[in-house]
Design a protein around this ligand. Structure first.
Ligand code: ADP
Length: 143
């Protein structure tokens, strides 16, 4: 029984996420669950990157743009009868996904195996860390 599903989405590659989104919708309907859709902006906290973003405003503007994109993505891909919650955060994608899974008491993470179609590699780097370290169930969706 799953009440709370986490669906991490890399907004730079929603194409490969489509199959995972369909499965998340099915699971949500089956279990009457809510879907938390999370996108992580990588990098602002990294010393090399943060030197280019010395003012808070640039970072806030970037967050706002990403928030709009995420809402658009949810509006066009998730039907209205599914309860969705958008989340935007910044940092290392795998670490943030694992952190949010704990914070939101997620009981199922649904994650595509890759962000980009790399062919032979079984699992992408972020998906690998999530599968290895998540304390809840993880469904890996292969492209
Ligand atoms: P690859 O190594 O091919 O880029 P990843 O493991 O990074 O593959 O991506 C697999 C999945 O992990 C993505 O489809 C997405 O669900 C999640 N993911 C990766 N980066 C992010 C991100 N910045 N924000 C949210 N989810 C992400």
């Amino acid at each position: 029984m799953f009440n709370s599903i986490l669906m991490p989405i890399d907004l730079q590659d929603t194409h490969l996420a489509m199959k995972a989104i369909k499965i998340a919708i099915d699971e949500a309907r089956k279990h009457d669950a809510e879907i938390h859709v999370l996108t992580v902006m990588p990098g602002f906290g990294m010393p090399m990157v943060s030197t280019f973003f010395t003012d808070n405003k640039t970072m806030k503007d970037a967050m706002k743009t990403v928030a709009k994109e995420l809402k658009k993505c949810i509006a066009s891909n998730f039907p209205k009868d599914i309860k969705t919650h958008p989340h935007i955060t910044e940092g290392n994608p795998a670490e943030r996904i694992l952190y949010q899974a704990e914070k939101l008491s997620i009981d199922l993470i649904i994650i595509p195996s890759h962000a980009q179609s790399l062919g032979q590699v079984f699992l992408g780097s972020c998906a690998t860390k999530v599968v290895e370290h998540a304390r809840c169930s993880v469904m890996v969706v292969k492209g």
